[in-house]
Design a protein around this ligand. Structure first.
Ligand code: SF4
Length: 297
């Protein structure tokens, strides 16, 4: 059996940065609050919680005082900074620099045009309710219109100017289709900004190529991660023998669902097959390594 871990899988730079900030803080003080899950991966959250990280929600944020609070890579709206500082808390800003730049661009566009007549629409191609999108909407005093699917673009007012941005993790193909749709309907000015993070966009092709080269693919991801769901779908497209697992414990059960040739009824480790292990931008490398170890035992 040949086991390969995809070298392109694992944390993106933004998530790595936020986790490093958390680890540094925890090393110094042994205690840190994080607003929301630092990463959409239960095992990694658990590992950091054992070091002293405490995950809190927005209600908790209103009640804690004089504490250190980490903001994760997805970013936050301005109101979160205001609430946190009101109670004397210190913000450890783990917002990914790419997201930060996007927030600033949206805020600048909003501030430059909010008094124009006719009033322009700022549209964000993204997942409604996603933390990053909430942070982006906050830059426009929550006036930005979120477009989750291209069909929703029908509801834009094409008589007014439109500025279009995208959540960093959306599909580039879909974004381009959305641009074409708006261009075909716009009767006023239309400006768009490709704000998709290439560290995710490039992964799709790399992952598909990796998956196609394997007999079986084990995709390791968290059930709360939208990036994991999207990447796994691409994986399945490239290789129907792709299995979604959240932990090494699920390996035997999941593998039993694959129709292995009858001649292969020998211990898994002696089979002449290629098993590839990959994951999302929220999947830690150590977890993929544990899956590889499980396969080897
Ligand atoms: S996907 Fe890109 S933009 Fe989003 S956190 Fe990771 S590096 Fe930053």
């Amino acid at each position: 059996m040949q086991i390969t871990i995809d070298t392109h899988s694992g944390f993106c730079a933004g998530v790595t940065g936020a986790i490093r900030r958390a680890e540094n803080e925890l090393q110094q003080t042994g205690q840190l609050y994080c607003l929301g899950d630092i990463v959409h991966n239960g095992q990694e959250v658990q590992r950091l919680e054992q070091l002293g990280l405490e995950t809190i929600d927005y209600d908790d944020l209103r009640t804690i005082h004089n504490a250190r609070v980490l903001l994760r890579a997805h970013g936050e709206p301005p109101s979160t900074y205001w609430i946190a500082r009101q109670n004397g808390n210190t913000i450890i800003d783990g917002t990914c620099p790419v997201v930060k730049r996007l927030q600033q661009r949206i805020a600048e566009t909003y501030n430059a045009h909010k008094h124009d007549n006719p009033q322009p629409q700022i549209a964000i191609f993204g997942k409604r309710g996603h933390a990053e999108v909430i942070g982006l909407q906050g830059q426009t005093n929550n006036t930005a219109i979120v477009i989750e699917h291209i069909s929703e673009a029908e509801h834009l007012d094409y008589e007014r100017p439109i500025f279009l941005f995208s959540q960093t993790t959306k599909s580039l193909d879909e974004f381009n289709r959305l641009i074409e749709f708006i261009q075909a309907h716009a009767r006023n000015s239309f400006q768009y900004f490709d704000t998709i993070c290439r560290s995710v966009a490039n992964r799709v092709n790399q992952l598909k190529q990796f998956a196609a080269e394997q007999d079986i693919v084990l995709f390791v991801g968290g059930t709360k991660s939208s990036n994991a769901a999207v990447l796994f779908a691409h994986c399945q497209e490239a290789n129907p023998n792709s299995l979604f697992i959240t932990s090494p414990d699920e390996v035997p059960d999941k593998l039993s669902t694959i129709n292995l040739p009858t001649s292969l009824h020998s211990p898994l480790s002696t089979l002449n097959i290629k098993i590839g292990i990959c994951g999302a931008t929220s999947t830690p490398l150590w977890l993929m390594q544990q899956v590889a170890d499980k396969l080897s035992t």
